[in-house]
Write a protein that binds this ligand. Structure first.
Ligand SMILES: [Fe+2]
Ligand SMILES: [Fe+2]
Length: 357
């Protein structure tokens, strides 16, 4: 691809290829002045594999993950690796985590896992660790520093003292609007680790932070929330190019707070509706235009999907593959310094925001 290939051309080519191709996905890599810096990775999240009994699992959730894995294997050019964004299981049981790991084992790429609350609260991540390793860690890839956080911790009193069994603790945290739940947090121990980890990184190095809950406060009522978000953001502040990619909310969201770009990812299991707070508390709103297409809410795969991510010059462009809807792209606009939905906010293609519902 020529070096004069522009971001706008890229978007056009992507949609043209999507329309013409018989493959479920198309991908074109951006070419920058120094194209050796460019790479892509894929992100799959929130599959909520649910055990019924014996060898029976909820078919719909299985199908969502199986399809995302199959489509990721077909990507061309191939992504450098895959991130799994958390909530692989529904109630954190061994059969669910084993089943999820089995489906994920069909992926042809190295995969980095992050922890969701549905994976954690049965046994505090013990079995998950046996399958996937550390709860939080960092790694470097082609000049980008990646940090994977466990952002779904909460107060010790809630975790250790309140519930008679792990199973009950899990059930209480699994309900999205359950008043017996507790706000998510990264916690002091992990923030201290993060501070030490980032101290070794040059401030001009692009930084990508993977979390399960949003590292910003959106709505506490549904735990679209991280209690110590400001403290974590403070640690990310000194870096010039910083992106947080999170799961949990099962919908497209994007936002810019100072130097930090925020992107949510789609779930393979089901979409969440938009919290009423989007209309009630404007100050918490990400810059949403058309939050999510729902062509057919009665279709089992409607408004679910997965995403691949282009890293060019340290900025993140998110490409959402929605199973029953047109693909969406939210790309970083270097002129405005914030992510924009290319279908709805891009220059010359701007439409007024929809009202929230
Ligand atoms: Fe989830
Ligand atoms: Fe979650």
């Amino acid at each position: 691809m020529s070096k004069s290939f522009t971001r706008r051309d890229f978007i056009k080519s992507t949609s043209a290829l999507t329309a013409a191709s018989t493959l479920p996905i198309s991908m074109v890599e951006l070419a920058f002045a120094d194209s050796s810096q460019n790479f892509t990775f894929a992100h799959i999240s929130d599959s909520h594999i649910q055990h019924i009994k014996g060898t029976k699992f909820v078919r719909n959730w299985d199908r969502g993950l199986i399809r995302a894995v199959a489509e990721t294997n077909l990507l061309n050019p191939k992504p450098d690796f895959v991130i799994y964004g958390g909530d692989l299981a529904q109630l954190g049981s061994k059969p669910e985590l084993d089943r999820g790991a089995e489906i994920m084992s069909a992926l042809n790429y190295k995969t980095y896992y992050s922890m969701g609350e549905h994976d954690y609260y049965e046994d505090l991540g013990e079995y998950w660790s046996k399958l996937f390793g550390k709860h939080y860690y960092s790694f470097d890839h082609k000049g980008v520093h990646f940090v994977v956080l466990n952002s779904i911790l909460t107060y010790d009193e809630w975790t250790y003292d309140r519930w008679p069994t792990g199973k009950q603790r899990m059930l209480e945290m699994a309900g999205i609007d359950n008043p017996n739940g507790s706000p998510f947090m990264v916690g002091e121990k992990q923030r201290n680790w993060l501070q030490k980890d980032l101290a070794k990184v040059n401030k001009s190095t692009p930084l990508v932070v993977i979390s399960h809950s949003p590292l910003q406060k959106i709505w506490k009522g549904w735990n679209f929330w991280t209690e110590d978000a400001e403290e974590v953001q403070e640690l990310l502040k000194p870096f010039k190019k910083t992106t947080v990619i999170y799961g949990h909310v099962h919908q497209i969201q994007y936002n810019q707070i100072g130097n930090i770009s925020f992107h949510a990812v789609m779930a393979t299991a089901w979409p969440w509706p938009y919290p009423a707070t989007y209309a009630q508390a404007e100050q918490y709103l990400p810059k949403l235009t058309i939050p999510m297409n729902r062509a057919d809410p009665f279709h089992e795969r409607d408004a679910t999907g997965w995403q691949f991510i282009n890293m060019g010059n340290g900025n993140v462009d998110m490409h959402y593959t929605l199973n029953e809807n047109a693909s969406r792209t939210v790309a970083f606009n270097t002129k405005t310094g914030q992510p924009e939905d290319m279908g709805y906010q891009a220059e010359n293609n701007r439409i007024p925001p929809q009202s929230h519902y």
